[in-house]
Design a protein around this ligand. Sequence first.
Ligand code: NAD
Length: 279
Amino acid sequence: MAELKVVAAGAGGRMGAANIRAVAAQSGLVLHGALTSLRLHAAVDRAGSAAVGQDAGLFAGIAALGVTITDDMDAALAGADVIIDFTAPQATLTLAARAAALGLVHIIGTTGCSEADDAAIARAAGDGARIVKSGNFSMGMVVLANLVEKAAAALADYDIEILEMHHNRKVDAPSGSALLLGEAAAKGRDISLKAHSVRVRDGHTGPREAGSIGFATLRGGTVVGDHSVILAGPGERLELNHRAEDRSIFANGAVRAAIWAAGQAPGLYSMVDVLGLND
Ligand code: NAD
């Protein structure tokens, strides 16, 4: 039985705690045809985080795991197989370079990466890291993206608007999931999202540009993540919605991606690859 030694990066965060719980809960999983066991090998957060020095299990609200959250990234990565990384873009770039040098699996949930960041992540995948990056690791969102691609193609002249709401601590906008849905819509229309997206509207905007994909962002309270894709046509609207109720949906998807990626060649993959939806 393969045992994957997992490093939780961003262990002191909301997703870090969910990832620690998911790894602790998943042992002896049969996934992708192989019996796999996961073990929390280390947990890392930035220097100065209140989580550093605490037991990862107790910090995440479960039994003690005997793994102390550290701010020493190199010590955390020594002897590891997998990094589950929900941190911030700068930390993710450092981790991707380390994953390439050490030949590790790197599961990237971090959002808010720039184009230059994404290019550096792709280079790390070319240099030996096995990376799965997704703006949303939940199964429901992967299926929703698939539906959006089909709807955007079938309703080719309908206006597409993407609305998202998240908790008041979120630091990037639009969300990684909203962008993932925008990419799916653009793919369905065979256009580039970058060339057609409208991410902000303010003041005298004039009429809506035909063929554009609009984004609207709401922030407040403790909302884990709500997304709506609206296709508005003459006399009707199709609305496709996803509501995340619990962060475990992302953590469980990240664990599943880690087990899948452990059996792959180095490269950059998405959840579509993990779930075999490209086949
Ligand atoms: P958070 O702020 O609660 O946690 C982030 C953690 O990363 C913090 O503890 C922070 O101290 C730590 N961190 C920052 N820099 C670091 C460094 N250099 N080294 C080690 N740790 C570092 O945020 P969150 O809600 O847990 O979200 C984290 C990221 O995951 C965000 O980018 C968020 O948008 C994204 N996210 C992705 C998904 C998905 O499915 N892809 C789902 C939820 C959140």
